[in-house]
Ligand binder design. Structure first.
Ligand SMILES: C[S@@+](CC[C@H](N)C(=O)[O-])C[C@H]1O[C@@H](n2cnc3c(N)ncnc32)[C@H](O)[C@@H]1O
Length: 298
């Protein structure tokens, strides 16, 4: 009887020990698998994130990295920012605030950007006057009030990416670059594009990228945009520019006949891709040339 009980106790001890070892092995296996997961999952996540970034820009990794380097805020180190501040303050009070522009970011941008750095030396004296000025090649820099009005209508946010069609002197691009994160601007007259690029670089606008070309097709590689501003008049709204707008994106442009009746219109893209058009005010802009002219004749 005692011998049997002794055997039973031994068998139970051996059985209990075997179960204990089995459980230990299971636990050890689990820990090892978890360790493996901790190493593997983030690696996969990182490589996916890299892939998405390249895809979002629609370009190669190197070019994407270069784009990142280019994006900086304006540094305001150039002496022009310190010059003629009182004239700018007067311009804002008398020409812009007095006509109803209230967006604090826009008013600050108009006070900051040295407009006299964007006009020809022979027009410097009139840089803060209440009208457009010639910039060469038969083109103009818009009236300060119109620049402020159009910028306010775009309701820019600090993280926005903006596309401008019609760089001209680069002044409107600089005003947008004071508020938004990145500005891409296209000018059809090569010489103006070249001058604006040099001017903006000299003034420290590292967050503006200028290119020469027909803005009708937009800038596919940098799309989608939070806001698009067209600063030349066209008879139709360029379809590629609507397509390159984000949902809830805003587009402002002078719509109408070259040298005929034109009005500023604000287009807002809905979440479903449809657009809502709002008529703002009658204006007179130089014509948008290039492909849009053929489009308007159809
Ligand atoms: C009123 S000016 C723009 C003023 C400019 N935003 C500034 O701040 O000085 C219009 C500009 O649009 C340019 N332009 C006209 N058609 C264009 C097009 N299809 N693509 C790009 N630029 C165009 C003209 O050459 C001109 O420089």
């Amino acid at each position: 009887m005692d011998a049997n009980r002794g055997n039973l106790v031994r068998r139970r001890l051996v059985w209990g020990f075997s179960v204990f070892v089995f459980v230990c092995l299971l636990l050890a296996g689990g820990v090892l698998r978890m360790r493996g997961a901790r190493v593997t999952v983030p690696e996969v996540a990182e490589s996916k994130a890299e892939g998405q970034e390249v895809d979002a820009n629609g370009e190669g990794g190197q070019e994407a990295a270069e784009t990142k380097e280019k994006v900086e805020r304006p540094d305001h180190n150039h002496p022009a920012f310190g010059e003629r501040k009182e004239e700018r303050a007067r311009m804002v009070e008398r020409q812009i605030r007095a006509r109803g522009v209230r967006d604090a970011n826009v008013l600050a941008a108009m006070r900051t950007v040295p407009r006299h750095g964007f006009v020809r030396a022979s027009d410097s004296r009139r840089a803060y006057a209440d009208h457009p000025l010639p910039i060469g090649e038969g083109q103009t820099i818009s009236q300060p009030y119109i620049v402020a009005y159009m910028t306010e209508a775009l309701q820019l946010e600090p993280n926005d990416r903006v596309l401008e069609v019609g760089t001209g002197s680069g002044y409107q691009a600089a005003v947008c670059a004071e508020i938004a994160k990145e500005v891409y601007t296209i000018e059809i007259v090569e010489e103006l594009a070249k001058q604006a690029k040099e001017r903006l670089k000299k003034l420290g606008y590292g967050n503006v990228v200028v290119k020469a070309g027909d803005g009708y097709v937009g800038w596919e590689k940098k799309a989608p945009f939070d806001a698009v501003i067209i600063t030349a008049a066209a008879g139709v709204i360029p379809q590629p520019l609507i397509e390159q707008l984000k949902p809830k994106g805003r587009l402002i442009m002078p719509l109408g006949r070259p040298f005929g009746y034109q009005e500023l219109v604000l287009i807002t893209k809905q979440d479903d891709g449809k657009v809502v058009r709002k008529r703002l005010l009658p204006v007179r802009f130089v014509p948008m040339t290039g492909e849009v002219m053929e489009e308007a004749e159809k």
